[in-house]
Design a binder for this molecule. Sequence first.
Ligand SMILES: [Mg+2]
Length: 358
Amino acid sequence: MARIIAHLDMDAFFAAIEERDRPELAGRPVVVGADPRGGRGRGVVSTANYTARAYGIHSAQPIATAWRLSEEAAKAGKKKAVFLPVSMEKYSLVSAEVMKIVRNKVQIVEQTSVDEAYLDLSFTGSFENSERVMREIKAEIKKKERLTASVGIGPNKLIAKIASDLDKPDGLRVVRPKEAQGVLDPLAARVLPGVGPKSSARLSELGAQTIGDLRDVGLRRLTDLFGKAGLNMYEMSRGRDDSPVTEEREPKSVGEQETFDEDTLDSGFLTERMEKTAERVYERLKQQGFTRFKTVVVTVRFANFVTHTRSRSLKVPDSTVDALKFTALALFLPFLDKRENPHKNLIRLVGVRVENLS
Ligand SMILES: [Mg+2]
């Protein structure tokens, strides 16, 4: 039997939760992310609501740029954006409720992030039935969580994912196998997963802006240029994707990071922030229903953006916050002296992640 896959993607998830919980934000541009510090903040935007997106603000943008765009909009007589910190604990709880609704109706669900999941709907037997199931899920999310989701339904994960983006927000788009190529062809090649800015620039040089153009580039040419990724591009441009929806209940790792207001090598400050970051990771680990971790990963970014990661796997999985803090510090301390930092580079960012969770 042919496969039917849905991709569900919550709309402007973090910002939508804040708007829901703070009625005073109604109608205002909302930006969730790092502290903008009056335009001097150094982190990035996590999520912007649709009103803020109209100002050109978007996720992963430097928060200082978002601040500037908001100031410019204000000068033009529009409302200033409201900047809010990321409350990941809260969003994780809402995410768990949304996934509960999904899992109530669909057995095979692959959650790929806090607000996205693939659902295997092959069991429904038809696109019509799949659409009905997804309308029910959307309606229940709206009723119980007062949030909207966008859904794409297609014959595989690739097409489902692309379809979920077509009618955002609050969209539902069904792309049947015979329609798939017609939907893909006019889209920019860079909407394909794995086609980043570099690859899409090289494709442009070949005259391939759209997926349709990409289909005219031969397989040989693509593999010469991009290796195995070229083969993937060849397949994806034809709407082909065999990857299964794999039942994976939770993300495989939990991590947090912090960008400092000023680059620093103050060991007292850095060890304190490292411990705090480890504590935040531990909190999220518990919220996501895990009790043990086996691997601890520490990230250090220097002022010059050179980034190092160091990891250590414990002999047996541990479950205590002290073990997490101890291991994270053991990995981090060498960056404060000549063992890992002989040139005394200032540190811009630290991060802690746990992997191999159970
Ligand atoms: Mg989303």
